[in-house]
Ligand binder design. Structure first.
Ligand code: NAG
Ligand code: NAG
Ligand code: NAG
Ligand code: NAG
Ligand code: NAG
Length: 685
């Protein structure tokens, strides 16, 4: 029976549907339950918004449009979210304000340039309007006086370019709970006559000036007060301590001075007073309330000791760049299970690194750099299984590097440079699988670099300079990129040519060791190299030709010469590199004479030299049988000091070190260093 009835209805339904869809194309909202005045407003709005920005379908019920929320029976619009639509024309505002049922209007992330007077008059009348968001637009000029808006609870004008004073322009907003004026150019003083129910006042990154008015304490419900990055000055008022609801107070990057009031943190969870001019000592009770989780007092002029009692819920404590002295409080640190960031760098802290720190199991960052810490590195630091960054550089820490530190599997950065550490680098170093930066420079470490260092798969930077390291140099990790620095150690012998496999390495510093022999020609294949520092070694021969962008420093290797005298063609092209001395000499005639004299001296021991061919400014192929002599000139670090390398096409015959020129005179500081008995063969390209 039911089946028959249905098929009968069908016959009627199809023509009816055709009729209605014809009708609907003229009355797009015929099906919508939205009240007809609101349908009209929405159609108007639809026409005013460039269609390219929206996926609105005008034949659908506006309550189904993206960003439109209606009340439960769909008879009126209560929320419009038109965020991120590149809207630039304020013409839409008076249209929107005709929606008398609106509770939330979000126009954030558009290009609106102003809030027209009609917006204030028409939207101001909507008693149910609770939330207005104009964040991240292009609003300029002074704030309009908000009259009406009796129900407004949230006003967000952040990230615009508005200026001028706040004065009493927002004083009528009696229900205001949250005001965000951050990142504008507002001036004048912090407003104190806003609604008495205000919970959030965000004024950061503006040009507010003067002191924090005492009246701020009258906001009895304040939860969040952000005054950071302004031009505020004077003292931090102690009255803030009376606001029991306040959980975050940020006043960083201003010009506050004077002492920090005691009791300030009685109710706070987060306190940021960094980058000011606060003086005096840290009140003994400041860091102890158990509600306290994050404190940043860095970059002030605070002095005296770090208070002994610390909140057991402390998550982040930053006291760096002050004038604090005394020791690191060890007794309460041992119980800080949530402590994740501890930054006490750049103070005058004395005593040793407390072993109790090893109990702060959550610690991810420990920065005690640039203090006056002494004593050994406690092996207990090896228990910090979450630690990623450990900075202890620029102290007077002594003793060995404890092997237990090498079990820190999360450690990415270890900087213990500029201390007084002795002993060897623990051979278990390759256990630090996550290490990216290792800096041990300026200590008194001796012995070899641990073999197996190659197995550190993430190492980008290895700074071992200024120690007494010696022994064979192991294969280095392929990942090295920032720098490999072995400068100022006791390494001897040939430079390992395995370095040339470090194809990501940008800086290689081998200076101030006793490396000897040639610079491996494979070094020119290091694709990322920009700086090669070989100075102050005993290297010899001719530096292989590096790309132009590689800065090579070879000073202090008397017998290491720049230039490749391959064929006359190449010589002509490379003149400026091969013979940098030419422009430096006052008189080419004089210089030619010197070269001639030196050559003649060499020739007495080697070959007969035909000095007719001497010309300064070129490598000199001398037509000698059976071999051709080549002269390479080099100006050394010090003015007027030169070296000469005399080679055939295949081997080095002599090095003439330290020829000194002065006022038309020349003399040798050092006798010829002939290498005939151990002439080093060298490959031609
Ligand atoms: C608009 O909605 C109607 C009815 O739901 C539908 O038939 C039509 O395809 C839609 N148009 C677009 C462009 O999505
Ligand atoms: C109101 O509109 C929404 C969105 O289009 C829809 O899901 C809901 O069913 C409608 N409610 C009523 C009561 O019609
Ligand atoms: C305003 O919009 C921005 C970005 O869309 C958002 O982050 C912010 O929380 C909103 N403000 C309020 C008070 O809802
Ligand atoms: C390690 O400390 C030195 C000395 O202060 C500093 O120059 C370097 O940037 C630091 N490196 C890292 C990775 O922390
Ligand atoms: C290498 O280490 C030495 C000694 O610590 C230092 O003086 C030098 O600046 C470092 N070189 C580079 C390129 O960082």
């Amino acid at each position: 029976m039911g089946g028959c009835a249905r098929s009968g209805n069908h016959r009627l339904l199809i023509p009816l549907l055709f009729f209605f869809s014809f009708l609907f194309s003229f009355y797009p909202f015929a099906f919508s339950k939205l009240s007809s005045p609101q349908s009209e407003v929405m159609t108007n709005l639809f026409r005013k918004i460039p269609s390219s920005e929206l996926s609105w379908n005008s034949t659908e019920d506006p309550c189904k449009w993206k960003g439109v929320t209606c009340n439960p029976d769909n008879s009126s619009v209560i929320k419009l979210s038109l965020s991120g639509l590149s809207l630039a024309s304020p013409d839409i505002l008076p249209v929107i304000c005709q929606i008398g049922s609106l509770q939330v209007l979000d126009l954030s992330e558009n290009h609106l340039g102003s809030l027209p007077a009609e917006f204030i008059t028409s939207c101001g009348k909507i008693v149910g309007l609770e939330r207005l968001n104009f964040s991240r637009n292009a609003l300029v000029g002074p704030l309009p006086s908000f009259t009406g808006f009796v129900g407004l609870e949230f006003l967000d004008l952040s990230y615009n370019q508005m200026n001028g004073n706040i004065d009493s322009k927002l004083d009528g907003l009696v229900k205001l709970k949250s005001l965000n004026l951050s990142v504008n150019k507002f001036q004048g003083s912090v407003p104190v006559n806003l609604s008495k129910v205000l919970e959030e006042l965000q004024l950061s990154v503006n040009e507010f000036e003067g002191e924090i008015p005492v009246g701020v304490a009258d906001y009895r419900n304040l939860v969040l007060l952000d005054l950071s990055v302004n031009w505020l000055s004077g003292k931090i008022p102690d009255s803030l301590a009376n606001i029991t609801s306040l959980y975050r107070f940020s006043a960083n990057q201003n010009n506050f001075s004077g002492p920090i009031p005691s009791g300030l943190t009685g109710f706070l969870k987060i306190l940021d007073l960094s980058y000011n001019n606060l003086r005096g000592s840290i009140p003994p009770d400041l860091l102890s309330p158990p509600n306290l989780q994050r404190v940043d007092l860095s970059y002030n002029q605070l002095e005296g000791p770090i208070p002994n009692r610390l909140s057991s819920n402390m998550f982040r404590l930053r006291l760096g760049s002050n004038l604090l002295n005394g020791t690191i409080p060890s007794n309460s640190l041992g119980s800080l299970e949530n402590l994740t960031y501890l930054e006490l760098e750049k103070n005058s802290l004395t005593g040793s690194v407390p072993p109790e720190l090893g109990k702060c199991r959550s610690l991810a960052l420990l920065n005690l750099a640039q203090n006056k810490l002494t004593g050994p590195l406690p092996p207990e630091l090896g228990n910090l299984s979450s630690i990623q960054v450990m900075k202890l550089q620029l102290n007077n820490i002594s003793g060995d590097i404890p092997g237990r530190l090498m079990q820190l599997a999360s450690l990415a950065q270890l900087n213990i440079s500029w201390n007084l550490l002795t002993g060897t680098i623990p051979s278990s170093l390759p256990n630090l699988r996550n290490l990216t930066n290792l800096n041990l420079q300026h200590n008194n470490l001796n012995g070899p670099i641990p073999t197996g260092i190659e197995r550190l798969p993430r190492l980008l930077e290895l700074q071992l300079g200024k120690n007494q390291l010696s022994g064979p140099i192991p294969t280095m990790p392929q990942s090295l990129q920032i720098v490999l620095n072995l400068s100022s150690n006791l390494f001897v012998g040939h430079i390992p040519d395995t370095f040339s496999q470090l194809t990501n390495l940008e800086i290689l510093d081998l200076s101030n060791n006793q490396f000897s022999g040639r610079v491996p020609s494979s070094f020119t294949e290091m694709a990322a190299l920009t700086q090669l520092i070989l100075s102050d070694n005993s290297l010899s021969g001719i530096l292989p030709p590096f790309r132009k962008m590689v800065r090579v420093e070879i000073g202090g290797n008397e017998c290491l010469i720049i230039g490749t005298p391959l064929s006359p063609d190449v010589i002509r092209k490379r003149n400026s590199v091969a013979v940098p001395v030419s422009t430096a000499l006052a008189s080419t005639v004089f210089a030619a004479f010197v070269v001639a004299v030196i050559l003649m001296s060499i020739s007495k021991r080697f070959y007969r030299v035909n000095d007719e061919h001497l010309q300064l400014g070129e490598n000199l192929p001398l037509p000698q049988q059976p071999k051709t002599l080549l002269i390479h000139l080099k100006k050394n670090n010090y003015q007027n000091l030169y070296s000469f390398l005399v080679t055939t096409k295949t081997s080095i015959l002599a090095c003439v070190e330290k020829v000194y020129f002065n006022r038309g005179q020349f003399f040798f500081c050092k006798t010829y260093n002939f290498m005939e008995n151990h002439a080093l063969p060298w490959r031609e390209k």
